[in-house]
Design a protein around this ligand. Structure first.
Ligand code: NAP
Length: 366
């Protein structure tokens, strides 16, 4: 029965997925016992047994009525069920309606925009905090952006670069990327959010201790959406994915051809291929390095870059999600509403939570 959840408990929705299992392991490592929730009762029971016992709750975002009461008594919901554009809204709405704080692991820009637009007022009214994308994408980038903007008086532009080496992706990441690719990228241009073709823009970046300039292609990152909350004078914001130089030349054309194909049988075929593929990367993911750089400029071109680096994108996601859930339970959220990571929490604290897991960050002038 729903009232079996002790008050202030964590409910992990999508516990059976690749990311959900890592979040569960991280919670257990800290002595927490989240309630395991999702659509598949048999898989949840099996997972609960393998974790030495846990309460389970069954509900399916594709049947919103089945989520009634599922978060009753919960303090916070961690949602790892994607694609979020397809499955996120009923879970977020249920969490808010049932009085729980919320965070999720989305990387889908349009889902973040929609969540803020449609659910922020109600969350605020109820004194609840919901943080979409409190994960590798886009918590470190958003925190880096806020710190860099705050320490650069007169900052007018933000660029965030994501780079990962030997990056193996989970089935869920591939499916969400496919879903997000159908939509244009949002960038901030002259103070307005503008829809652009993904990969339409290129920019170069240098990471500290790296001899080379790297090339990034534009994609829809979450940091763009919160940039003006971090600095009211920010007029331009774009997010970039660092890719091999040759790919940066081919991808603009390739995406122009490929994206319309996603709405034909080719899209359905691709999704079937992803479903038949591997669950996620093996243990080698723990060694895979990543870098995120927020670059902020004033109108004179001066500014600073804040670089966060570490290893293991999925492991870091689990650390960020569980740390965020603990902060929400402990009443450390800075505001109510649907907000970004660096609006919800002190950005330095979010980055500091990653340090025991090998992440470091540094600030340099441009
Ligand atoms: N922002 C980031 O840095 C970051 C990092 C990691 C993951 N993510 C995102 O997190 C999400 C999960 O990734 P993952 O690797 O864990 O994926 P996954 O292994 O495919 O797991 C997806 C989870 O969602 C559930 N689910 C899938 N389709 C469903 C449906 N139609 N109805 C109800 N439940 C459904 C699955 O339940 P079943 O077990 O019943 O199938 C499973 O629990 C993805 O959107 C991914 O992009 C983002």
């Amino acid at each position: 029965m729903p009232n079996a959840i002790p008050n202030r408990a964590i409910v992990l929705f999508g516990a059976t997925g690749f990311t959900g299992r890592l979040v569960l392991a991280e919670a257990r490592r800290r002595g927490l016992s989240p309630v395991l929730a999702g659509r598949n009762e048999a898989a949840l029971k099996e997972l609960a047994e393998s974790a030495g016992g846990a309460e389970i709750r069954v509900g399916d975002p594709e049947r919103a009525a089945s989520l009634e009461g599922i978060f009753e008594g919960a303090g916070v919901v961690i949602n790892c069920t994607g694609p979020f554009l397809r499955l996120g809204e009923p879970v977020l709405a249920a969490a808010i309606a049932q009085g729980a704080h919320y965070l999720d692991t989305t990387g889908e820009q349009e889902w973040i925009r929609r969540a803020v637009e449609r659910h922020s007022a109600e969350a605020e009214r109820r004194g609840l905090t919901a943080v979409p994308a409190h994960a590798f994408e886009y918590a470190p980038g958003d925190c880096a952006a806020r710190i860099a903007i705050e320490s650069t008086p007169g900052a007018v532009s933000l660029e965030v670069f994501n780079r990962a080496e030997g990056f193996g992706t989970s089935r869920g990441t591939k499916k969400s990327a496919l879903e997000a690719m159908r939509l244009p990228t949002l960038s901030l241009v002259a103070g307005e959010l503008v829809a652009e073709r993904t990969a339409a823009h290129r920019a170069t970046v240098r990471f500290p201790d790296d001899e080379r300039h790297r090339v990034g292609i534009s994609f829809g990152g979450g940091e763009v959406l919160s940039a003006r909350r971090h600095g009211a004078m920010i007029r331009e914001a774009r997010t970039y994915l660092v890719v091999p130089e040759a790919a940066a030349f081919v991808l603009p054309t390739l995406t122009r051809i490929a994206i319309p194909l996603l709405d034909t049988p080719v899209g359905a075929w691709l999704e079937r291929r992803i479903d038949a593929g591997s669950f996620g990367p093996g243990p080698e993911r723990e060694r895979q390095p990543w870098w995120i750089q927020a670059r902020v400029r004033t109108s004179s071109g001066a500014g600073r870059r804040l670089t966060v680096s570490g290893r293991d994108i999925y492991g870091v996601t689990a650390v960020i999600a569980v740390s965020g859930a603990c902060a929400l339970l402990e009443g450390r959220a800075l505001r109510a509403g649907v907000v970004s990571s660096a609006q919800a929490f002190d950005p330095r604290s979010v980055l500091a939570e990653l340090e025991p897991h090998g992440a470091t960050w540094r600030e340099d002038p441009l």
